[in-house]
Write a protein that binds this ligand. Structure first.
Ligand code: NAD
Ligand code: MG
Length: 389
Protein backbone atom coordinates (compact mmCIF):
# COMPACT_ATOMS: atom_id res chain seq x y z
CA UNK A 1 0.00 0.00 0.00
CA UNK A 2 1.27 3.45 -0.89
CA UNK A 3 1.00 6.08 1.81
CA UNK A 4 -0.35 9.32 0.39
CA UNK A 5 -1.46 12.78 1.57
CA UNK A 6 -3.41 15.47 -0.22
CA UNK A 7 -2.94 19.15 0.61
CA UNK A 8 -5.97 21.06 -0.66
CA UNK A 9 -8.11 17.89 -0.80
CA UNK A 10 -11.43 19.77 -0.95
CA UNK A 11 -10.50 21.80 -4.04
CA UNK A 12 -10.83 21.00 -7.70
CA UNK A 13 -7.46 19.20 -8.00
CA UNK A 14 -7.90 17.54 -4.60
CA UNK A 15 -11.30 16.11 -5.56
CA UNK A 16 -9.95 14.84 -8.89
CA UNK A 17 -7.04 13.18 -7.06
CA UNK A 18 -9.43 11.42 -4.66
CA UNK A 19 -11.56 10.36 -7.60
CA UNK A 20 -8.55 8.43 -8.97
CA UNK A 21 -7.51 7.05 -5.57
CA UNK A 22 -11.09 5.94 -4.91
CA UNK A 23 -11.05 3.71 -7.99
CA UNK A 24 -8.39 1.51 -6.39
CA UNK A 25 -8.78 2.05 -2.63
CA UNK A 26 -6.86 -1.11 -1.66
CA UNK A 27 -3.70 0.34 -3.18
CA UNK A 28 -3.52 3.42 -0.96
CA UNK A 29 -3.35 4.34 2.66
CA UNK A 30 -4.45 7.96 3.07
CA UNK A 31 -2.44 9.76 5.74
CA UNK A 32 -3.43 13.46 5.74
CA UNK A 33 -6.18 15.38 3.98
CA UNK A 34 -6.32 19.16 4.33
CA UNK A 35 -8.88 21.76 3.39
CA UNK A 36 -10.15 25.25 4.14
CA UNK A 37 -13.65 26.46 5.05
CA UNK A 38 -15.59 23.43 3.81
CA UNK A 39 -15.05 21.16 6.83
CA UNK A 40 -18.19 19.16 6.10
CA UNK A 41 -16.69 17.99 2.82
CA UNK A 42 -13.26 17.50 4.40
CA UNK A 43 -14.76 15.25 7.10
CA UNK A 44 -16.72 13.28 4.49
CA UNK A 45 -13.52 12.70 2.51
CA UNK A 46 -11.56 11.75 5.62
CA UNK A 47 -14.21 9.19 6.61
CA UNK A 48 -14.59 7.78 3.10
CA UNK A 49 -10.83 7.34 2.67
CA UNK A 50 -10.10 6.43 6.33
CA UNK A 51 -7.50 9.17 6.65
CA UNK A 52 -5.24 9.32 9.71
CA UNK A 53 -5.70 13.06 10.11
CA UNK A 54 -7.85 15.86 8.65
CA UNK A 55 -6.67 19.45 8.91
CA UNK A 56 -8.52 22.67 8.17
CA UNK A 57 -6.49 25.80 7.49
CA UNK A 58 -8.76 27.83 9.76
CA UNK A 59 -8.60 27.51 13.56
CA UNK A 60 -12.17 28.75 13.99
CA UNK A 61 -13.47 25.65 12.15
CA UNK A 62 -11.76 23.14 14.45
CA UNK A 63 -14.82 22.51 16.69
CA UNK A 64 -16.96 21.80 13.60
CA UNK A 65 -14.33 19.50 12.14
CA UNK A 66 -14.06 17.63 15.46
CA UNK A 67 -17.84 17.24 15.60
CA UNK A 68 -17.99 15.98 12.04
CA UNK A 69 -15.29 13.39 12.78
CA UNK A 70 -16.63 12.31 16.19
CA UNK A 71 -16.43 8.54 16.70
CA UNK A 72 -14.37 7.96 13.56
CA UNK A 73 -10.97 7.76 15.27
CA UNK A 74 -9.63 10.26 12.73
CA UNK A 75 -7.51 13.05 14.22
CA UNK A 76 -8.65 16.64 13.64
CA UNK A 77 -6.39 19.68 13.62
CA UNK A 78 -6.40 23.29 12.40
CA UNK A 79 -4.14 26.10 11.30
CA UNK A 80 -1.14 26.55 9.02
CA UNK A 81 1.15 25.01 11.65
CA UNK A 82 -1.02 21.89 11.80
CA UNK A 83 -0.90 21.56 8.00
CA UNK A 84 2.88 21.82 8.23
CA UNK A 85 2.98 19.11 10.90
CA UNK A 86 0.73 16.86 8.84
CA UNK A 87 3.18 17.35 5.94
CA UNK A 88 5.96 15.97 8.15
CA UNK A 89 4.20 12.58 8.37
CA UNK A 90 6.18 10.41 5.97
CA UNK A 91 4.39 9.43 2.78
CA UNK A 92 5.36 7.86 -0.52
CA UNK A 93 3.42 10.43 -2.55
CA UNK A 94 1.73 13.73 -1.77
CA UNK A 95 -0.45 16.03 -3.84
CA UNK A 96 0.31 19.73 -3.42
CA UNK A 97 -3.02 21.33 -4.40
CA UNK A 98 -3.49 24.24 -2.01
CA UNK A 99 -4.10 27.44 -3.98
CA UNK A 100 -1.64 30.31 -3.52
CA UNK A 101 1.61 30.88 -1.65
CA UNK A 102 0.21 28.93 1.33
CA UNK A 103 1.09 25.77 -0.63
CA UNK A 104 4.83 26.33 -0.44
CA UNK A 105 5.66 25.18 3.08
CA UNK A 106 3.76 21.89 3.16
CA UNK A 107 5.48 21.01 -0.13
CA UNK A 108 8.89 21.72 1.37
CA UNK A 109 8.08 19.53 4.40
CA UNK A 110 7.04 16.62 2.16
CA UNK A 111 10.31 16.88 0.23
CA UNK A 112 12.35 17.09 3.45
CA UNK A 113 10.73 13.78 4.45
CA UNK A 114 11.63 12.31 1.07
CA UNK A 115 8.09 12.04 -0.22
CA UNK A 116 7.42 12.32 -3.94
CA UNK A 117 5.66 15.63 -4.46
CA UNK A 118 3.04 15.88 -7.17
CA UNK A 119 3.02 19.63 -7.71
CA UNK A 120 -0.17 21.35 -8.80
CA UNK A 121 0.65 24.39 -6.65
CA UNK A 122 2.59 26.35 -9.28
CA UNK A 123 2.94 29.22 -6.79
CA UNK A 124 5.63 27.15 -5.00
CA UNK A 125 7.87 27.37 -8.05
CA UNK A 126 7.02 30.99 -8.81
CA UNK A 127 7.77 32.20 -5.29
CA UNK A 128 10.66 29.91 -4.39
CA UNK A 129 11.67 27.79 -7.38
CA UNK A 130 15.38 27.45 -6.53
CA UNK A 131 14.56 26.61 -2.88
CA UNK A 132 12.06 23.90 -3.74
CA UNK A 133 14.28 22.32 -6.40
CA UNK A 134 17.31 22.40 -4.06
CA UNK A 135 15.27 20.88 -1.22
CA UNK A 136 14.22 18.02 -3.48
CA UNK A 137 17.80 17.43 -4.53
CA UNK A 138 19.20 17.59 -0.99
CA UNK A 139 16.73 14.96 0.23
CA UNK A 140 16.74 12.81 -2.91
CA UNK A 141 13.05 13.46 -3.27
CA UNK A 142 11.22 13.77 -6.55
CA UNK A 143 8.89 16.48 -7.83
CA UNK A 144 6.41 15.55 -10.55
CA UNK A 145 4.54 18.30 -12.41
CA UNK A 146 0.74 18.26 -12.32
CA UNK A 147 -0.04 21.48 -14.16
CA UNK A 148 -1.29 20.14 -17.52
CA UNK A 149 1.26 22.04 -19.64
CA UNK A 150 4.16 21.01 -17.45
CA UNK A 151 3.05 17.41 -17.30
CA UNK A 152 2.89 17.55 -21.10
CA UNK A 153 6.44 18.94 -21.37
CA UNK A 154 7.65 16.36 -18.84
CA UNK A 155 6.11 13.58 -20.93
CA UNK A 156 7.65 15.08 -24.08
CA UNK A 157 11.09 14.88 -22.48
CA UNK A 158 11.01 11.19 -21.57
CA UNK A 159 14.13 9.62 -23.04
CA UNK A 160 15.35 12.96 -24.43
CA UNK A 161 18.44 14.99 -23.62
CA UNK A 162 17.50 18.42 -22.21
CA UNK A 163 20.46 19.88 -24.12
CA UNK A 164 18.75 18.97 -27.39
CA UNK A 165 15.73 21.11 -26.47
CA UNK A 166 15.53 24.38 -28.39
CA UNK A 167 12.14 25.63 -27.28
CA UNK A 168 9.27 24.82 -24.99
CA UNK A 169 5.83 26.02 -26.02
CA UNK A 170 3.02 26.08 -23.50
CA UNK A 171 -0.49 26.66 -24.75
CA UNK A 172 -3.23 28.89 -23.35
CA UNK A 173 -6.92 28.68 -24.09
CA UNK A 174 -7.15 32.46 -23.92
CA UNK A 175 -9.67 32.15 -21.08
CA UNK A 176 -13.16 33.56 -20.81
CA UNK A 177 -12.50 36.75 -22.78
CA UNK A 178 -10.34 35.63 -25.68
CA UNK A 179 -12.92 36.76 -28.23
CA UNK A 180 -14.04 39.93 -26.48
CA UNK A 181 -13.17 43.30 -28.00
CA UNK A 182 -10.32 44.86 -26.03
CA UNK A 183 -12.30 47.93 -24.94
CA UNK A 184 -14.94 45.74 -23.25
CA UNK A 185 -12.40 43.97 -20.99
CA UNK A 186 -12.16 46.78 -18.43
CA UNK A 187 -15.84 46.23 -17.59
CA UNK A 188 -15.65 42.42 -17.25
CA UNK A 189 -17.56 41.23 -14.17
CA UNK A 190 -16.61 38.62 -11.58
CA UNK A 191 -19.26 36.20 -12.86
CA UNK A 192 -18.01 36.55 -16.43
CA UNK A 193 -14.37 36.04 -15.42
CA UNK A 194 -15.26 32.99 -13.29
CA UNK A 195 -16.43 30.75 -16.13
CA UNK A 196 -13.87 28.98 -18.28
CA UNK A 197 -14.62 27.83 -21.84
CA UNK A 198 -12.74 24.48 -21.58
CA UNK A 199 -11.60 23.62 -18.05
CA UNK A 200 -13.51 23.13 -14.80
CA UNK A 201 -11.21 24.57 -12.09
CA UNK A 202 -11.20 26.52 -8.83
CA UNK A 203 -12.42 30.12 -9.06
CA UNK A 204 -9.02 31.77 -8.56
CA UNK A 205 -7.20 29.92 -11.36
CA UNK A 206 -10.24 30.41 -13.61
CA UNK A 207 -10.02 34.21 -13.23
CA UNK A 208 -6.24 33.98 -13.64
CA UNK A 209 -6.84 32.16 -16.93
CA UNK A 210 -9.03 34.99 -18.21
CA UNK A 211 -6.32 37.55 -17.35
CA UNK A 212 -3.47 35.19 -18.36
CA UNK A 213 -1.90 35.64 -14.96
CA UNK A 214 -2.16 31.86 -14.84
CA UNK A 215 -0.03 31.57 -17.99
CA UNK A 216 2.35 34.19 -16.58
CA UNK A 217 2.85 32.01 -13.49
CA UNK A 218 3.30 29.01 -15.78
CA UNK A 219 6.07 30.72 -17.78
CA UNK A 220 8.02 31.10 -14.55
CA UNK A 221 7.04 27.57 -13.48
CA UNK A 222 8.46 26.23 -16.77
CA UNK A 223 11.73 28.05 -16.25
CA UNK A 224 12.13 26.84 -12.69
CA UNK A 225 11.05 23.25 -13.23
CA UNK A 226 12.93 22.47 -16.44
CA UNK A 227 15.79 24.95 -16.03
CA UNK A 228 15.33 26.30 -19.56
CA UNK A 229 16.23 29.85 -20.52
CA UNK A 230 13.29 32.34 -20.56
CA UNK A 231 14.02 33.09 -24.22
CA UNK A 232 13.34 29.42 -25.03
CA UNK A 233 9.82 29.48 -23.57
CA UNK A 234 6.87 30.54 -25.70
CA UNK A 235 3.13 30.89 -25.16
CA UNK A 236 0.68 30.01 -27.92
CA UNK A 237 -3.03 30.70 -27.73
CA UNK A 238 -4.83 27.49 -28.62
CA UNK A 239 -8.60 27.82 -28.13
CA UNK A 240 -9.36 24.06 -28.15
CA UNK A 241 -7.10 23.25 -25.12
CA UNK A 242 -6.18 19.85 -26.58
CA UNK A 243 -2.49 20.40 -27.32
CA UNK A 244 -1.11 21.20 -23.87
CA UNK A 245 2.53 21.81 -24.71
CA UNK A 246 5.07 21.29 -27.47
CA UNK A 247 8.78 20.58 -27.05
CA UNK A 248 10.94 21.72 -29.96
CA UNK A 249 14.29 19.98 -30.52
CA UNK A 250 17.52 21.02 -32.24
CA UNK A 251 16.75 18.84 -35.28
CA UNK A 252 13.56 20.79 -35.95
CA UNK A 253 11.21 18.13 -34.57
CA UNK A 254 8.35 19.29 -32.37
CA UNK A 255 6.74 16.82 -29.98
CA UNK A 256 3.21 17.91 -29.12
CA UNK A 257 1.21 16.45 -26.25
CA UNK A 258 -2.47 16.06 -27.08
CA UNK A 259 -5.01 15.04 -24.47
CA UNK A 260 -8.51 15.80 -23.22
CA UNK A 261 -8.90 18.90 -21.01
CA UNK A 262 -9.31 16.78 -17.87
CA UNK A 263 -6.85 17.24 -15.01
CA UNK A 264 -7.21 13.57 -14.09
CA UNK A 265 -4.84 12.85 -16.97
CA UNK A 266 -1.96 14.90 -15.52
CA UNK A 267 -2.79 13.85 -11.95
CA UNK A 268 -2.96 10.19 -12.97
CA UNK A 269 0.33 10.44 -14.84
CA UNK A 270 2.00 11.80 -11.69
CA UNK A 271 0.27 9.18 -9.52
CA UNK A 272 1.40 6.20 -11.57
CA UNK A 273 4.71 7.56 -12.90
CA UNK A 274 6.90 6.07 -14.33
CA UNK A 275 4.16 3.71 -15.50
CA UNK A 276 1.15 4.58 -17.60
CA UNK A 277 -2.15 3.16 -16.37
CA UNK A 278 -5.65 3.20 -17.73
CA UNK A 279 -7.30 6.49 -16.75
CA UNK A 280 -11.02 7.40 -16.77
CA UNK A 281 -10.64 10.24 -19.28
CA UNK A 282 -12.23 10.82 -22.66
CA UNK A 283 -10.47 9.39 -25.73
CA UNK A 284 -10.30 12.14 -28.32
CA UNK A 285 -11.68 11.69 -31.81
CA UNK A 286 -9.50 14.07 -33.80
CA UNK A 287 -11.44 13.52 -37.02
CA UNK A 288 -14.59 14.88 -35.43
CA UNK A 289 -12.67 17.72 -33.75
CA UNK A 290 -11.37 18.55 -37.22
CA UNK A 291 -9.25 21.61 -36.51
CA UNK A 292 -6.66 22.76 -34.04
CA UNK A 293 -5.97 26.50 -34.07
CA UNK A 294 -2.94 28.42 -32.81
CA UNK A 295 -2.19 32.11 -32.58
CA UNK A 296 0.29 34.42 -30.87
CA UNK A 297 -0.91 36.01 -27.62
CA UNK A 298 -1.70 39.72 -27.68
CA UNK A 299 0.42 41.45 -25.01
CA UNK A 300 -1.86 44.48 -24.83
CA UNK A 301 -4.79 42.24 -23.96
CA UNK A 302 -2.60 40.18 -21.63
CA UNK A 303 -0.05 42.45 -19.87
CA UNK A 304 0.58 39.64 -17.34
CA UNK A 305 2.78 37.85 -19.90
CA UNK A 306 5.08 40.87 -20.29
CA UNK A 307 5.29 41.18 -16.51
CA UNK A 308 6.28 37.51 -16.17
CA UNK A 309 9.16 38.06 -18.61
CA UNK A 310 10.33 41.05 -16.57
CA UNK A 311 10.15 38.95 -13.41
CA UNK A 312 12.23 36.16 -15.00
CA UNK A 313 14.85 38.71 -16.07
CA UNK A 314 15.01 40.29 -12.62
CA UNK A 315 15.15 36.96 -10.74
CA UNK A 316 15.73 36.72 -6.98
CA UNK A 317 12.67 37.42 -4.88
CA UNK A 318 10.72 39.17 -7.64
CA UNK A 319 8.78 35.95 -8.29
CA UNK A 320 7.53 36.02 -4.70
CA UNK A 321 6.59 39.70 -5.07
CA UNK A 322 4.84 39.08 -8.38
CA UNK A 323 2.79 36.22 -7.01
CA UNK A 324 1.82 37.95 -3.75
CA UNK A 325 0.83 41.19 -5.52
CA UNK A 326 -1.19 39.12 -7.98
CA UNK A 327 -2.99 37.32 -5.12
CA UNK A 328 -3.95 40.67 -3.54
CA UNK A 329 -5.03 42.16 -6.88
CA UNK A 330 -7.17 39.07 -7.45
CA UNK A 331 -8.69 39.40 -3.96
CA UNK A 332 -9.45 43.03 -4.88
CA UNK A 333 -11.16 41.98 -8.11
CA UNK A 334 -13.19 39.30 -6.32
CA UNK A 335 -14.22 41.86 -3.69
CA UNK A 336 -15.23 44.37 -6.37
CA UNK A 337 -12.51 46.86 -5.41
CA UNK A 338 -10.55 46.80 -8.66
CA UNK A 339 -11.55 46.28 -12.28
CA UNK A 340 -10.45 43.37 -14.42
CA UNK A 341 -7.70 45.24 -16.28
CA UNK A 342 -6.59 47.05 -13.10
CA UNK A 343 -5.22 43.80 -11.66
CA UNK A 344 -2.19 43.95 -13.95
CA UNK A 345 -1.70 47.61 -13.11
CA UNK A 346 -1.63 46.90 -9.38
CA UNK A 347 0.91 44.13 -9.91
CA UNK A 348 3.08 46.23 -12.22
CA UNK A 349 3.11 49.16 -9.80
CA UNK A 350 3.90 46.90 -6.84
CA UNK A 351 6.80 45.44 -8.84
CA UNK A 352 7.99 48.94 -9.80
CA UNK A 353 7.98 50.09 -6.19
CA UNK A 354 9.77 47.05 -4.85
CA UNK A 355 12.06 46.09 -7.73
CA UNK A 356 13.99 49.33 -7.23
CA UNK A 357 15.25 47.68 -4.07
CA UNK A 358 18.22 45.87 -5.63
CA UNK A 359 18.66 43.75 -2.51
CA UNK A 360 15.47 41.90 -3.46
CA UNK A 361 16.70 40.82 -6.85
CA UNK A 362 19.93 39.52 -5.36
CA UNK A 363 18.72 38.15 -2.04
CA UNK A 364 19.10 34.44 -1.37
CA UNK A 365 15.91 32.43 -1.90
CA UNK A 366 15.45 31.27 1.69
CA UNK A 367 12.07 30.62 3.26
CA UNK A 368 12.47 33.66 5.55
CA UNK A 369 13.35 35.96 2.65
CA UNK A 370 10.50 34.62 0.54
CA UNK A 371 8.05 35.16 3.40
CA UNK A 372 9.32 38.71 3.99
CA UNK A 373 9.09 39.60 0.27
CA UNK A 374 5.61 38.07 0.12
CA UNK A 375 4.40 40.14 3.09
CA UNK A 376 5.93 43.33 1.75
CA UNK A 377 4.32 42.82 -1.66
CA UNK A 378 0.92 42.13 -0.06
CA UNK A 379 1.14 45.38 1.94
CA UNK A 380 2.25 47.36 -1.10
CA UNK A 381 -0.50 45.96 -3.32
CA UNK A 382 -3.12 46.67 -0.62
CA UNK A 383 -1.86 50.26 -0.29
CA UNK A 384 -2.09 50.70 -4.05
CA UNK A 385 -5.64 49.35 -4.12
CA UNK A 386 -6.70 51.53 -1.18
CA UNK A 387 -5.13 54.56 -2.87
CA UNK A 388 -7.41 53.81 -5.83
CA UNK A 389 -4.81 52.87 -8.42
P1 NAD B 1 -9.40 25.27 -5.39
O1 NAD B 1 -9.68 26.69 -5.00
O2 NAD B 1 -10.46 24.47 -6.03
O3 NAD B 1 -8.89 24.46 -4.10
C1 NAD B 1 -7.90 24.98 -3.27
C2 NAD B 1 -7.68 24.10 -2.05
O4 NAD B 1 -6.76 24.78 -1.18
C3 NAD B 1 -8.95 23.87 -1.22
O5 NAD B 1 -8.86 22.63 -0.59
C4 NAD B 1 -8.86 24.99 -0.18
O6 NAD B 1 -9.57 24.69 1.00
C5 NAD B 1 -7.38 25.02 0.10
N1 NAD B 1 -6.90 26.32 0.55
C6 NAD B 1 -7.22 27.55 0.08
N2 NAD B 1 -6.54 28.51 0.75
C7 NAD B 1 -5.78 27.87 1.66
C8 NAD B 1 -4.84 28.30 2.64
N3 NAD B 1 -4.57 29.60 2.83
N4 NAD B 1 -4.21 27.37 3.40
C9 NAD B 1 -4.47 26.06 3.23
N5 NAD B 1 -5.36 25.59 2.32
C10 NAD B 1 -5.99 26.48 1.54
O7 NAD B 1 -8.09 25.34 -6.31
P2 NAD B 1 -7.68 24.36 -7.50
O8 NAD B 1 -8.27 24.84 -8.75
O9 NAD B 1 -7.84 22.93 -7.09
O10 NAD B 1 -6.11 24.69 -7.61
C11 NAD B 1 -5.16 24.22 -6.66
C12 NAD B 1 -3.76 24.49 -7.16
O11 NAD B 1 -3.57 23.74 -8.36
C13 NAD B 1 -3.50 25.95 -7.56
O12 NAD B 1 -2.16 26.24 -7.29
C14 NAD B 1 -3.75 25.97 -9.05
O13 NAD B 1 -3.02 26.98 -9.71
C15 NAD B 1 -3.22 24.59 -9.44
N6 NAD B 1 -3.81 24.05 -10.67
C16 NAD B 1 -5.14 23.82 -10.75
C17 NAD B 1 -5.69 23.31 -11.93
C18 NAD B 1 -7.16 23.00 -12.02
O14 NAD B 1 -7.59 22.47 -13.04
N7 NAD B 1 -7.99 23.29 -11.05
C19 NAD B 1 -4.86 23.07 -13.03
C20 NAD B 1 -3.50 23.30 -12.92
C21 NAD B 1 -2.97 23.79 -11.73
MG1 MG C 1 -1.92 24.90 -16.53
Amino acid sequence: MRRISIFGATGSIGESTLDLIGRDPEAYQVVALTGGHNVTRLAEQARAFKAEIAVTAHEEHLPDLRDALAGSGIEAAAGAGAIDEAACRPVDWAMSAIVGAAGLEPGLRVLEHRGTLALANKESLVTAGPLIMATAQAHHARILPVDSEHSAVFQGLVGEDIDAVERVIITASGGAFRDWPLEKLAGATLAQASSHPNWDMGQRITIDSASMFNKALELIETREFFGVDPAQIEVLVHPQSLVHAIVGFNDGAMMAHIGPPDMRHAIGYALHWPDRRDLPVERLDLASIGQLEFRAPDEVRYPALRLAREVMDAGGLTGAIFNAAKEIALDGFIAGQVGFMDMAQVVEQALDRLEGDASLAHAAITLDNVRAADQMARRTAKDLINAGT
